[in-house]
Design a binder for this molecule. Structure first.
Ligand code: MEV
Length: 424
């Protein structure tokens, strides 16, 4: 049976790691090449304007994930050391509770039409609502292929903003099921097409016609239930660590200064998968932070609490990601990342991303509530230094452990230690 639990993966040579993932995901030689060569200059030149080169990031693999009983390897593109190791460690701990369970709403995006100079706001609102069926049918005519794929217009709502710096305005929201697309283009086309009819119905003047990145109707969630005994590592009492995690979460629920850092840690994981799969991480960030402030105060996105001997963690947020169109389609590494994930729908991708965010948060809180974050960073840094000094296989851990013990993480010292190990 396939397992994402691959002990010692970090000690393998890069080529060996590539072989493992190639076998796991049945990658072709072209796909393996795409992991290494990534985007060509010619492809880059077609993606954006004024291209002068490419900008690469390391692509790592988050290990140990079980999501809805499926073993999952998670490609993550990120510049920050420790993120991939930390999330893999948390996913390993979560396995003690069966991993993560996830769910999501239908992939419904919102498009906004801003209407000004409306003579009678309440009458205009009613006129738009009375024409709802007709307006929704117009949208489906614009996007017949989307309808054929099971998506299409779902609802239309009207909000009145009575007081704004530019006076009162009416806002029409179109709810569009975009299926496996991120959906920005689908939504923007739809609201642009609806605007003249909305103008006629409201007798107002339409200004903006654009999607909302606050994608409240397109949410995903993940839950884990971990026996506290899983935290009894390195001489620590598992229940104390679990309690520390609950207390850390409470801090972020009550204090925006802590919540920003807490949520940044969650987004370390979510963004890394977004970038690996060619998704728009700014859109994802915008939605996450707006959701974190939905009751008027910016708070933690997660919930952690004790249930008997279990530590329960939950994360839910609006998450608009696609697996067709845009960079997901043209970026060769993004295509391979999606293949490694084995996702068939955008919803599945969003759900994995939320599980990764929850695991990333667990990793941070566990470290912060026990040994502190710097020790782990130091250990990882020491490993890199040991490798740079020429350590191989089991030597790496041995040299790294000595460097940490001595509190002297320098390459010159690593070389000395290595020499001594090899002589003995
Ligand atoms: C660092 O990138 C992220 C953390 O600061 C998150 C947190 O404090 O929860 C470790």
């Amino acid at each position: 049976m396939k397992t994402s639990r691959i002990p010692g993966f970090y000690n393998l040579l890069l080529d060996e790691r590539t072989c493992i993932v190639a076998e796991w995901a049945e990658l072709t030689s072209d796909e393996v090449a795409a992991l290494r060569e990534s985007l060509s200059l010619a492809q880059a030149d077609k993606m954006i304007e004024n291209v002068i080169g490419r900008h690469a990031l390391p692509l790592g693999l988050g290990l140990n994930f079980i999501i809805n009983d499926r073993e999952v390897l998670v490609p993550m593109a990120v510049e920050e050391p420790s993120v991939v190791a930390a999330v893999s460690n948390a996913a390993r701990i979560a396995r003690a509770g069966g991993g993560f369970l996830t769910g999501s709403t239908d992939p419904i995006m919102i498009g906004q039409i801003q209407v000004l100079d409306v003579p009678d706001l309440d009458a205009a609102r009613q006129a738009v609502l009375d024409a709802k069926e007709d307006l929704l049918a117009r949208v489906d005519q614009v996007h017949p292929t989307l309808v054929a794929r099971g998506g299409g217009a779902r609802d239309l709502t009207v909000r009145i903003l009575r007081e704004t710096p530019a006076g009162p305005m009416l806002v029409v929201h179109l709810h569009l099921d975009v299926r496996d697309a991120m959906g920005a283009n689908l939504v923007n086309t739809a609201v642009e097409r609806l605007a003249p009819e909305v103008e006629r119905l409201t007798r107002g003047r339409v200004n903006l016609r654009i999607l909302s990145n606050y994608t409240t109707e397109r949410r995903a969630w993940a839950v884990c239930r971990i026996p506290v005994s899983a935290f009894s590592e390195k001489g620590m009492n598992g229940r104390d660590v679990a309690r520390g995690i609950v207390e850390a979460n409470a801090f972020a629920c009550a204090d925006p200064y802590r919540a920003a850092t807490h949520n940044k840690g969650i987004m370390n994981g979510i963004d890394a998968v977004a970038i690996a799969t060619g998704n728009d991480w700014r859109a994802i960030e915008a939605a996450a932070h707006a959701w974190a402030a939905r009751d008027g105060q910016y708070r933690a996105l997660t919930d952690w609490y004790m249930m008997g001997d279990l530590l329960v963690g939950k994360l839910e947020l609006p998450l608009a990601v696609g697996i067709v169109g845009g960079a997901t389609k043209v970026h060769p590494t993004a295509r391979v990342a999606l293949k490694i994930l084995g996702v068939r729908t955008a919803q599945e991708l969003a759900e994995i991303m939320v599980a990764v965010g929850l695991a990333q948060n667990l990793a941070a809180l566990r470290a912060l509530a026990s040994e502190g974050i710097q020790r782990g960073h130091m250990r990882l840094h020491a490993r890199q230094v040991a490798i740079a000094a020429g350590a191989e296989g089991e030597e790496i851990d041995e040299v790294a452990a000595r460097l940490v013990e001595e509190g002297n993480v320098r390459e010159s010292r690593a070389r000395e230690i290595l020499e001594r190990i090899r002589k003995s």
